[in-house]
Write a protein that binds this ligand. Sequence first.
Ligand SMILES: [Ca+2]
Ligand SMILES: [Ca+2]
Length: 235
Amino acid sequence: MTNIFKARTLFIGLITGTTLLSAVKAQTPDGCVFKDTLLNINFGTAKNLQQFNLNGLKQYRRDFSNCPNDGYYAYVSESSECFNGDWHTIREDHTPNDQEGKMLFVNAAPEASMFFISKLSGFKPNTVYELGLWMMNICKLNSGCQPMPPQILIILETAEGSKLAEFRTGKLFQGDKPSWTRYAGMFRTPASISQVVLKMTDMIDGGCGNDFALDDITFRECYTPPPPPPPNKLK
Ligand SMILES: [Ca+2]
Ligand SMILES: [Ca+2]
């Protein structure tokens, strides 16, 4: 996937408080210009892994294979025919222009639970940001069982635990070939904040079709330029 405009972009709109907004197709807020990416979680490469301390997770443990089992996650560069071919063969991660770039594979735990948590720094107060990320269901179609596709709940909190925003991806459906989808949503930071805690939960119990890849989580500041001055009236 090289052209993000071909991806089904889910844009979840400006969030204040904990209001839930349903997903609508490719739409950006009026007048929003994105500044350079503030944060880019691309999981690094085989030589320089960007890894996270996920030891606090209750239902997930790290695996070092390319085919993590139920309840395991792994930083993976590629995978081939996992679980007797139930998973797609995936030749590379989503990040462009790197060597053996890593993505996160999650094989859903038997019980719906959080699979990622990280405290992120560098945010400005009273500022609108876009959170974006790429995900893919890595299970093939028709693996002979009733699929239970993952549904991801994304929560952003202050370091003190106050919720800033909540996004839901809806179902990540299996496809006939590996295909990344970008999900994005907007949120505003409150006054006096510099850190944001990102939490992601698979709300579906583990089972058939509930395995996914994640890559290229980005935070970008939305800047609203001032409106142009009104034109002079002709006399
Ligand atoms: Ca990557
Ligand atoms: Ca790559």
